[in-house]
Design a protein around this ligand. Structure first.
Ligand code: ADP
Ligand code: UDP
Length: 238
């Protein structure tokens, strides 16, 4: 597979065209941002952790019947994926109150929910990714009714699979963000990444945060948290 020109540089990844119009190469950077790009920094080794961990999650999900963009890991930081048209929705699943949920509704962090919740943000940096509901998504023609139903079904399935997977590793899956896309034939697949950048992970025993909140909140031990998640998921050191 030949790497061609850069299509896009985002906050955490670069995306390259390839000699196959249906495939892209994603390259994971160590750059970290928070608060819609207001806070910027670097997390040494993050690109490797996120690339390899995300690929592992995508392969697990494929086995469990969730279609994903994953094709092949090319190197520590680079992966070949199916090119999709991203559905401009950030799909957030929560099992426990944290982050913007706790803030918005004035509740403590750490309250477990009886049932997981789902919410959508309109993926639009200029607007600061505003929270929207599925009727708004339909009105804005971001997705069809059928696509939204499919996305919801996959998102809850992904939660079931990942929650159980991480629990075995001594990690509570608090919440996470997903992105979906359409293949050229319209099939909805899971895209983007699943990593400590996009999930909240709390240690079962100590409650220690093992995710990007350590960077967002200046808690220290950021690199250590990423390599701990890598060690637990991959069974080897980052
Ligand atoms: P951001 O754009 O939010 O700064 P990234 O730095 O992670 O985020 O950039 C990666 C970009 O690639 C995102 O816009 C994401 O939606 C997009 N993307 C992820 N997977 C695919 C895919 N399979 N096909 C096309 N675009 C993708
Ligand atoms: N999230 C993400 N990208 C975003 C917004 C949120 O990956 O642009 C993830 C975040 O890491 C967390 C979950 O989605 O695991 C819920 O985030 P929340 O709404 O609490 O937002 P935050 O306060 O973290 O920005």
């Amino acid at each position: 597979m030949e790497k061609r020109q850069q299509l896009y540089e985002g906050k955490a990844k670069k995306v390259f065209l390839t000699d196959d119009e249906n495939m892209l190469i994603v390259s994971y950077k160590d750059d970290a941002t928070a608060f819609n790009g207001l806070k910027k920094g670097q997390i040494a080794g993050k690109g490797v952790v996120n690339n390899r961990m995300s690929n592992m999650m995508m392969q697990l999900l494929e086995k469990e019947g969730v279609p994903t963009h994953f094709i092949k890991e090319l190197s520590e930081r680079e992966t070949l994926v199916k090119k999709v048209k991203i559905v401009p929705l950030e799909v957030i699943i929560r099992n426990v109150s944290a982050g913007s949920f706790a803030k918005r509704y004035g509740v403590e962090e750490g309250i477990p929910f009886d049932e997981p919740t789902i919410e959508f943000s309109y993926k639009c940096d200029e607007l600061g990714d505003p929270l929207i509901n599925s009727y708004h998504a339909l009105a804005l023609k971001l997705a069809t009714k059928e696509e939204i139903e499919t996305i919801k079904k996959y998102a809850f399935k992904i939660n079931d699979v990942l929650k159980a997977y991480f629990l075995k590793l001594g990690v509570r899956l608090i919440d996470f963000k997903l992105e979906f896309g359409r293949l050229s034939d319209g099939t909805i697949v899971l895209a983007d990444e699943i990593s400590p950048d996009t999930c909240r992970f709390w240690d079962v025993k100590t409650g220690e945060k093992l995710d990007k909140d350590r960077f967002r909140r200046d808690l220290g031990g950021v690199e250590e948290a990423y390599s701990e998640m890598f060690k637990r998921t991959m069974g080897e050191k980052a």
